[in-house]
Design a protein around this ligand. Structure first.
Ligand code: HEM
Ligand SMILES: *[C@@H]1O[C@H](CO)[C@@H](O)[C@H](O)[C@H]1NC(C)=O
Ligand SMILES: *[C@@H]1O[C@H](CO)[C@@H](O)[C@H](O)[C@H]1NC(C)=O
Ligand SMILES: *[C@@H]1O[C@H](CO)[C@@H](O)[C@H](O)[C@H]1NC(C)=O
Ligand SMILES: *[C@@H]1O[C@H](CO)[C@@H](O)[C@H](O)[C@H]1NC(C)=O
Ligand SMILES: CC(=O)N[C@H]1CO[C@H](CO)[C@@H](O)[C@@H]1O
Length: 501
């Protein structure tokens, strides 16, 4: 009896302490006079990032904006800054980058070598790696890889032609993922693949596995957001199966190339160079060490993960809007055909650069459908916010709601309208530079921006030259976004009618 009563008291007391702890934490923004969304116990209101769709919560938060350059949210009991003012966004991403260079993502290089990649590392490790990898993505290097991308696109065009019947309705999301998987598989791993022809293609299979949402993963992703706890538990982000596959394929590729002295001027060649040679930090005149095999594998892995789904998503939403806007589709096709002719019927690097309207269509697609809907930084030190009395405390996460900013009618009137003319040079130059955040901005923006744009242009040019796209009964109109997963996607694929020209 005695013991039972004491036990009950103990439980009640603990629950009480936890409750008041959260309650005190949840008054964080109120105490500071910052607009915030009432959090729910115990998840706060930003946990849905990992469990469901953050876009809705961000929409609510964004609507609270006022004088203050940001509003407050909670991830579990941790306060999160949600930037709503463009000058403040610029301070975080560009001007005061030194205080916001990290993302604060959990990394466990020891148990989980693939987690040590450019996207998740912070501090000097990130800086040194970014310096080493930047030369990999210059326009000169892109020019070298261009013919490879065109080859893949021709193979893709052919397989698609064989697949189609007179009046086919297909899920373009799936076929575009096959295309970008093949491009990255070829350029980053030097492995010839034809995912469209071979439904069991390994890269496509692993690509699916990485992006497959699951309940268990949702839970661990919440834990990853508390890096200290995750580190104490020594959690691994990627399964042994995924790790072994990527380490194995990189190991084999390197061995094969070194033994046979093969040079292909692709990402893998450049990574092998970084494994064998020291690099020089031009600014500080210091040598940066060589990459280990594990580090090479982690970078090839992140090129794959960050490179295929983002670009295929861009092309998918472009085809969707083009199917709904036939006049824009015809205008674009006519540009593509004219430029092809001008360049002797060849899709050259110069030809692609001449397709200006194509670029506008891609920009407008990325504006309306940013594949990565928000950006993240973490404060290195206490930070005084310009023109306010507010201080962002060390270790606080700052989120930038790119999707909301790009749908704000103050910057893009009638934001739901698909209008490539928003990106005529004189129009976009007049806008605040932080109104377009689909590749992030500042020194930690997307390193693969040029490559992502290039493969999207080649893919779209090839497709629009040879096929016409129309909506079908299964096309999602109006658009409904999936509630899960990290990258913007429709609920149930993207079915369109595809007609040979
Ligand atoms: C249309 C295609 C793409 C989109 C929309 C996209 C978008 C983004 C965004 C929003 C970020 C975060 C930027 C920030 O926080 O400021 C990012 C980072 C990154 N992206 Fe991309 N990306 C694309 C293609 C690619 C490709 C093709 C690659 C590699 C081959 C790539 C590799 C990376 C890497 C490594 C980072 C981390 C950079 C760092 O932290 O230093 N991305 N990307
Ligand atoms: C693309 O495929 C179609 C058949 O579907 C073919 O007529 C056309 O020549 C191909 N184009 C290129 C550039 O390979
Ligand atoms: C790479 O592969 C070789 C065999 O092909 C093996 O002996 C070696 O241990 C592998 N290295 C790593 C780091 O997995
Ligand atoms: C790296 O060193 C190898 C010889 O080990 C050399 O062939 C290659 O050109 C070097 N690469 C760079 C980028 O310096
Ligand atoms: C697309 O947007 C980017 C970034 O705002 C810009 O650099 C590029 O010139 C734009 N292209 C077109 C055709 O508007
Ligand atoms: C997890 C989550 O989203 N929790 C809450 C965040 O705040 C909004 C608005 O107060 C609630 O509706 C959510 O349930």
């Amino acid at each position: 009896m005695e013991i039972a009563t004491s036990a009950i008291w103990l439980v009640v007391t603990i629950l009480g302490i936890v409750y008041f702890y959260f309650k005190r934490k949840f008054s964080y923004w109120k105490d500071r006079g910052v607009a915030y969304l009432e959090p729910t116990f115990p998840l706060g209101n930003l946990s849905r990032n990992s469990i469901g769709n953050l876009r809705e919560v961000f929409g609510k938060l964004y609507n609270l904006r006022g004088e203050c350059p940001f509003v407050g949210g909670f991830f579990l009991f941790k306060p999160v800054v949600v930037a709503t003012d463009l000058d403040f966004v610029k301070d975080v991403l560009v001007k005061d980058f030194n205080n916001f260079h990290g993302r604060g993502i959990y990394v466990n290089e020891k148990d989980d070598p693939l987690s040590g990649h450019l996207f998740s590392l912070d501090g000097p490790k990130w800086r040194s790696l970014r310096m080493k990898l930047s030369p990999t993505f210059t326009s000169g290097k892109m020019k070298f890889m261009f013919p490879t991308i065109v080859d893949v696109s021709e193979q893709f065009n052919q397989s698609l032609g064989e697949m189609l019947h007179d009046n086919s309705e297909i899920d373009v999301k799936e076929i575009l993922s096959c295309f970008t998987t093949d491009v990255i598989g070829t350029c980053a791993f030097g492995v010839e693949c034809n995912s469209l022809k071979d439904p069991n293609a390994v890269f496509r299979e692993y690509g699916r596995k990485i992006f497959q949402p699951s309940k268990l993963r949702a839970l661990t992703v919440v834990l990853f957001r508390i890096p200290k706890l995750a580190a104490a538990l020594r959690l691994s982000i990627f399964s042994k199966e995924i790790t072994n596959f990527f380490l194995g394929i990189v190991n084999q590729t390197i061995e094969h190339r070194e033994k046979n002295n093969i040079k292909r001027n692709d990402f893998m060649d450049l990574l092998i160079g970084l494994k064998n040679n020291d690099t020089l930090d031009e600014e500080k005149k210091v040598k940066l060490g060589k990459l280990t095999l594990e580090q090479v594998a982690a970078q090839a892995f992140v090129f794959f993960v960050a490179g295929f789904e983002t670009s295929s998503t861009t092309m998918m939403f472009a085809l969707y809007e083009l199917a709904l806007n036939r006049d824009i589709q015809e205008k674009l096709r006519s540009e593509i055909n004219t430029v092809y002719e001008k360049h002797g019927g060849q899709l050259t690097y110069e030809a692609i650069k001449d397709m200006v309207y194509l670029d506008q269509v891609i920009n407008e697609t990325l504006r309306k459908y940013p594949p990565v809907t928000s950006l993240q930084r973490i404060a290195q030190d206490n930070y005084k916010v310009a023109n306010t009395k507010l201080v962002i405390e060390k270790g606080t996460t700052v989120m930038i709601p790119a999707y909301q900013i790009q749908h704000d009618e103050r910057y893009y009137p009638n934001p739901e309208k698909f209008d490539p003319d928003r990106f005529q040079p004189e129009v976009w130059k007049a806008r605040h530079p932080m109104t377009f955040l689909s590749f992030g901005d500042g020194p930690r923006n997307c390193i693969g921006l040029r490559f992502g744009r290039m493969q999207s242009r080649v893919g779209l040019a090839m497709l629009l030259k040879n096929y016409r796209f129309e909506p079908s009964a299964k096309t999602p109109i109006p658009m409904k976004f999936a509630q899960r997963g990290g990258i913007l996607a429709p609920v149930d694929g993207m079915h369109l009618k595809v007609i040979k020209i």
